[in-house]
Structures are given as C-alpha cells and as structure tokens.
Design a protein around this ligand. Sequence first.
Ligand code: XMP
Length: 537
Amino acid sequence: MQQKIIILDFGSQTTQLIGRRVRELNTFCEIFPYNKFPHDDPSVIGVILSGSPYSVYDKEAFRVDLSHIRGRYPILGICYGAQFMSHVYGGKVEPAGSREYGRANLTEFDSTNPLFQGFTSNSQVWMSHGDTITALPEGFKVIASTAKVKNAAYQAPHDEPLWGVQFHPEVFHSVQGSQLLKNFVVGICGSRQDWSPANFIEETVKEIRSQVGDDQVILGLSGGVDSSVCAVLLSKAIGKRLTCIFVDHGMLRKNEFRDVMRDYECLGLNVIGVDASAKFFADLKGVVDPEQKRKIIGRDFVEVFNAEAAKITNAKWLAQGTIYPDRIESLNITGKVIKSHHNVGGLPKGMSLQLCEPIRWLFKDEVRRVGRQLGMPERLITRHPFPGPGLAVRILGDITPEKVRILQDADDIYIQALRDYKVKVSGEEARKVLAAGVPAHMENDEMEVSLYDCIWQAGTILLSTVRSVGVMGDERTYEHPVALRAVTSTDAMTADWAHLPYDFMAKVSNDIINKVKGVNRICYDISSKPPSTIEWE
Ligand code: XMP
C-alpha cells in the first residue's frame, strides 16, 4: 500500500510548499482542509499541521478536534500548527512584541531529539508569525530556541511523537529545514521513500487499466505538458483504445500544430489532428472585445471537439490532464470554488462520459519528471504554459490571419532567443529552477540554464490597435508595436515581471524589427500580477 503523509491546511501560503518538500523525500502526501481529515484511510503514516493567516485568538481562526489524530499518528505542527496545539493543550500563546519575520538562528537545540538528527551548527530558520508561544502545555519540553523565541520548537511529554516548530522548515531560507522534514517523515513516521516517477507510472497504469477496463477513452490534447503526459500514460495503459483530439484553432504558435503532431505521432499516440482554423477566423471576424473573443473560441472549441468525439462511437471515458495544484486551488478551505477550469470546455453532447484524471496527484515538476521517465521529448516537457485561446488573447483588436502571422514570427524569434541565451544561477534562484523540474546540475553551487528555463512564461503581444512612426533605410514606416512579456511565478496566481538582461532585450528587439514585416517598435511589459494579469486580454 502507498504510504502517505496528511497535511492539514489551515490556510497558510506555504502549505503547498510543505507538500512539495514531502514529495521531494519520495513520499506521497495529500493536502486536506484542516477539518477534513481522512479518518478511514489506512495508508496514513503521519500528520503535518500547516501555518495559517490567523492567530489562535482570532474569532475566525480555524480550529479542529485533534483527539482522533493525536496518539494514532506522529504529528508535526508548523507555525500556527504549533501554536494551535500549544493553545489547546493548555499552553499560552501571546502576540509577539514585534512581528517576527525573517531569518533567525536556533541558538540552542536538542541534538539528541529525533527531530534534529543530523543537524549541524548552521541552523538558520525562517520565522513568520505575529504570535509566539510564551508558555508550553504542562510537561511539554522546549527542544530549540532562538535569541528572541524561547519556545521555537517543542515536544510532548514522555517522548510522545508530537512536535511543534514555530519556524517554517519548508522554506528555502530554513537551511536545515529539509533535514528536519526528513527526520519527521522518514525517521519518525517511517516512510519507505518509494514514491518515484517510475513507481507512479507502474501504479497508475494498473489503476487506469482497472478503472477503464476494455472501454474506449478520448482526450483533448493542447500541446501542453499536462495533457501530453496524461495521454502518454494512458496510451501505455490501454494503447490504441485511447483516441486523442488536437484542435488547431489557427492561433497556436508558429509551426506548433505541425511540430506537436509530429511529436505525438513519434510517441505512438493515436491522435486526430483537426485543422479548424477557418471556422475560428470566420467566427472571430471583426470581434474586438476580449471576453467575446474568449467566448467564441470556447464555444467553437467545444463544437469541434464534440463533433470529433461523437465519431468515436463507443467511448465511455473522457480523460483530462488535471493536476494537483488545479485541485487545491479550486477549493479553498471554506469549500468555495475560486478558479474554474477550462480543459476541454464541456462533455460531448449526447455522450455520457466518465472522467479519468490519472495525473490528479502530481505537482507540475512531478508531471515533468514522469514525462521524462516516459521518454517524452524535452521540448514537450519543459514547454511554458500557453493559454487555451492562444494568440487570440495576445492580439489587441480584431483578429486576422495576417496579424496572427506577424505575431507568430515575432514570438518565434523571442522564444528561440530565450532558449539560446544561457545564464548562470545559484542559491534560491537555482533551487526554483530545479523545483520547476528543469534537468540541470549544480557545479560549485552554480548551474547554467537557459533564460527560458528561468521564467514561468513568456510571449509577445501585438498592439494592433496602435501604430507608430519609424524609419527603415530611407523609408518612413507607420506600423504596429509588439510588447514582450516574461514573468516569474510558481503557480500563475501571482507573477512578477522577469528582469531580463539588457543585451538580450537589445538583440531581440533588433531581430524582430529587422525580420518581421509589420512591426517597427518593441516595448517590454514591466507589470506584475496583481494588479495586471499575465495575458493582456
Ligand atoms: P492570467 O492572464 O489570468 O493568466 O494572469 C494566468 C495563467 O493562465 C493562462 N491562461 C489560460 N489558460 N485557458 C488556459 O488554458 C485560458 O483561457 C487561459 N487564459 C489565461 C495564462 O497563460 C497564464 O499562464
């Protein structure tokens, strides 16, 4: 049976990160809302309580009865999780004199405690809390302190496997945080550390076979990594009983339809490629409103997809590349949907299909690792996210095939340049790149990667409602500007504009203006999300 760690989410921004860290220990974990513990699950080996934006004294603070958890599983409370346990078991939590935020050092720690096994003296940790535990519950012992925080870590009496830490071991700045989590997950909870891409593939192939039996399955491919990995996994499980549908709406990147179809065919997938660009261009003619564009594309997409799917007469399942963060983001801990999904846009009419979501447990970097293990080409695996409506939401004003051609050419130059430009990264930046699933190697604490791999997403926007004057040779030009966008992010919910090197931008600007007819000016978008969004429309 697959062992698992349960993370109870009290609303902290770092809950997902805790999950990632546990997975990095080759241990499966699941994040549950704080009040939804899976009591009947026999595979649970330990429980982590996350941080929270609340103080234990807030009226709205999340509270939970731990009586069925304590004593059954080892527990580790992080920040609010530690304060909450201290509070309910009779300790005292009070507002800290000043908010404690940032780096601190564990000036003292009990190196014999199982939580601190293997700790060396460099014990910098990351603090982020407004409250502090001023008195521990009866019999609880303090096992680490910082200069400002006496009860930085504690354990329940009689060596009971219940710990609390007021710092955040999951963040990069907690130098030995991974060691602490390893001590808990492996040393204390007894994880076998057998959650790996190979293992996942083996288990999932079995699961798919038993789920779908001899039925036919259909899947909408987008060219992105999630749907592609999902398809390869299904194809490994059920072969040609999987039919994939890849719709070209005419607003993909330059040559993308051709290249991706070729990749899919090389991977042995049973793919129907549908060139529906004429229909999309006809229906979008003269439309300038961004929401209307999106609605038309969404509607046309469903129509085209459904028409193709209806030809597969005995399909019983619709497979989707939903991944774990999609599911966590979809439900906040009050149970409200905060982001709805738009993978294929609706089930084919007249067909009652069941959903099959084989990669629903994976984080993005794990999807990439699984893809690599499945032998998929690197260009499919490390591809940036791309919006479903494609370049349509990157052309301001109405859409014509000519404008799409201009934008495809500019975009192609930009993306290729990002792939070609190499940079050296170290420290946290390097860790982020690795965490995104890029297969780079550190040497002397540094590694060389492409700019493309350092950013979350990049693209070009054609400001086709704007014209400006330029001069080329002796000729006056009066053409459109193109904006370049590149952002860093971990989940697209927030994003920062990427600080691209000036020499890189100078070269790209020059190349686009010289090579792409119809463009005579380049701007760089320096807005972050929020308040701006990643896409312009
Ligand atoms: P925004 O513009 O909302 O984008 O900051 C956040 C992320 O979502 C992508 N995006 C989409 N993806 N269908 C998709 O599959 C869509 O309609 C869509 N709109 C935006 C966007 O590229 C970014 O990664």
